[in-house]
Design a protein around this ligand. Sequence first.
Ligand code: FAD
Length: 284
Amino acid sequence: MSDRIDIAVIGGGPAGLSAAINAVARGKTVRVLSASETPLKRAETVDNYLGFYNITGGDLMKKFEEHALALGIATEHGRAANIMPLGNYFMINFSGNIIEATTVILAIGVARIREIPGEAEFLGKGVSYCATCDGMLFRGKKAVVWGLASDAVEEANFLHGIGVDVTFAAKGGRPEELNADIPFISGAVSEIIGEKSVTAVKINKDIVDTEGVFILRQAIAPTNLVPGLETENGYIKVNNKMETNIPGLFAAGDCTGVPLQLSKAVGEGLVAAQMAAKYIDSLK
Ligand SMILES: Cc1cc2nc3c(=O)[nH]c(=O)nc-3n(C[C@H](O)[C@H](O)[C@H](O)COP(=O)(O)OP(=O)(O)OC[C@H]3O[C@@H](n4cnc5c(N)ncnc54)[C@H](O)[C@@H]3O)c2cc1C
């Protein structure tokens, strides 16, 4: 029996949870997969969301989460590192676990990412965003882990444990939890160097020889998350049905463009869920 779900929602902010409750209302099986907390939690007061005047972003988000939980939707925490469109379904690499879904709704918010030279060019040729997914490919080889996310140390320790020759780079001092056998460089990776695949990275002004580099950021650019996804000015290109250029792949919320506001995110979540449900029904 297949464990394939109907809809995988990537992102547990307002757009993602709105999509999820509306997908459940349409009788679809749903999982919400989310990396970190929504930026809404940082809003001191929200005054423009209908029915909730003068509320903190944290309290409003709590209400959204309670609503979702009441319908049996608990956000699962982790990072979607890669989403592969495979014709009539998708394969999602979620913190090292593979999830199959007939449709995917991207509700990933705005990725404030500055890609570094060589990153896109060597993606899959030494550059990876997920240690637990790709670690085995680097067994017995050198790999640099660039830690920009809170779980990066754990991932570096994991790579060391499976026999990768790891160097950990991050701003600031050596993290306490980092395995004592892993060399640490204080700084940022500024360039990825190679020919057919990665051969080195530049950290500060030094060239460090390596066959792999794991860039562990909280967010991943949409075009790196899903191969072939079309964007415009950095936002995911959608039509008014929240369809992307890839059949079965929808997007909602801040990731589709301005205005970067709650009401738009929640409304788009609803449309994306309804259109995903319709798409699934059309396959039968
Ligand atoms: C300080 C502040 C104040 C604000 N005040 C207001 C206001 O008063 N009124 C208003 O309308 N709007 C306000 N906003 C904007 C509002 O918060 C956003 O419009 C809204 O949160 C967008 O919702 P979203 O679901 O599209 O994205 P987000 O809330 O950004 O959620 C996206 C989620 O996706 C997750 N994610 C991203 N990539 C991945 C991945 N690869 N794998 C798994 N998960 C992933 C993220 O961790 C995040 O949890 C404010 C924002 C901020 C920062």
